[in-house]
Design a protein around this ligand. Structure first.
Ligand code: URA
Length: 259
């Protein structure tokens, strides 16, 4: 049976911080199975214990939001039919029923994948009409050319004639084979096909943001991190592409694609 610390249980399922929970407990506003608890470091059973904070029941069936720094070789699907699923990388203490990756990265792509059991949120992120931007850093086979900026902004036509929405692209100072790309849609192999359309080739691709959610530098490849409710809201506060790219290397010292 999984047992959790009471303060962890409450903070993960509400907007109360650990220090607010401590204060509320001191004021007698937290109860466990009908008894007021003044200390919140005790262990509880999330499935059977009843917890109230300020007379509100804390529900256990909460949504889970996990950021994965996807390594090469894992597939963004829920089963292992096409290869090992990214869900295999979710550690047991973060696992819950109904998790799935909200958005796809190719098997050989790296970086940010949001894993959740919140279907409504995933729909909001993926719905084309919401245009949630995603930023990638790519390693190109041939040097970046300044003409890409206008070509991408005017909407690339892919090899099969499919028209892309305007996208932003920019070079990386002193690294002629690296580029940042921002897309507002998610066609199959889109970044790779966009560079193929301008006679280049993507050797490696890493997603570094979705909406305003940025891959944390400290999150090692293959590791997962759970998000709080308030972090999830960042998804809908997009970044300033140019400012983000300009500051990127002051935050990310080692980019695994630049080997
Ligand atoms: N575009 C691609 O080509 N591949 C990805 O994994 C993501 C975007």
């Amino acid at each position: 049976m999984l047992r959790l610390r009471l303060d962890k249980f409450i903070s993960e399922r509400t907007d109360y911080s650990r220090s607010q929970i401590k204060t509320l407990a001191g004021q007698g506003s937290i109860s466990l199975n009908g008894e007021i608890v003044k200390k919140t470091d005790c262990k509880i059973d999330p499935d059977s214990d009843e917890i109230f904070v300020c007379n509100q029941k804390v529900r256990n069936d909460f949504n889970r939001y996990i950021i994965l720094n996807k390594p090469d070789g894992y597939v963004s699907s829920t089963d292992n039919n096409d290869g090992i699923s990214v869900l295999e990388l979710v550690p047991p203490d973060m696992k819950t029923k109904g998790l799935f990756p909200a958005g796809r990265l190719d098997k050989d792509s790296l970086g940010l994948v949001l894993i959740t059991n919140d279907g409504a949120l995933a729909h909001k992120i993926l719905a084309p009409k919401n245009h949630i931007p995603k930023i990638y850093i790519v390693k190109l086979a041939k040097p970046f050319q300044s003409k890409y900026v206008d070509l991408f902004w005017n909407g690339i036509v892919l090899g099969d004639g499919e028209q892309c929405l305007p996208a932003r692209v920019r070079s990386v100072e002193n690294c002629e084979n690296l580029a940042f790309v921002e897309l507002h849609e998610g066609k199959y192999h889109q970044v790779k096909r966009m560079f193929a359309a301008v006679d280049n080739h993507v050797d490696k691709l890493m997603r570094i943001s979705v909406g305003g959610l940025v891959l944390p530098e400290k999150l090692a490849s293959g590791d997962c991190m759970e998000l709080l409710h308030k972090d999830v809201e960042n998804l809908f506060r997009p970044l300033d592409f140019d400012r983000f790219c300009e500051n990127f290397f002051s935050q990310f010292s080692a980019i695994p694609i630049n080997k």
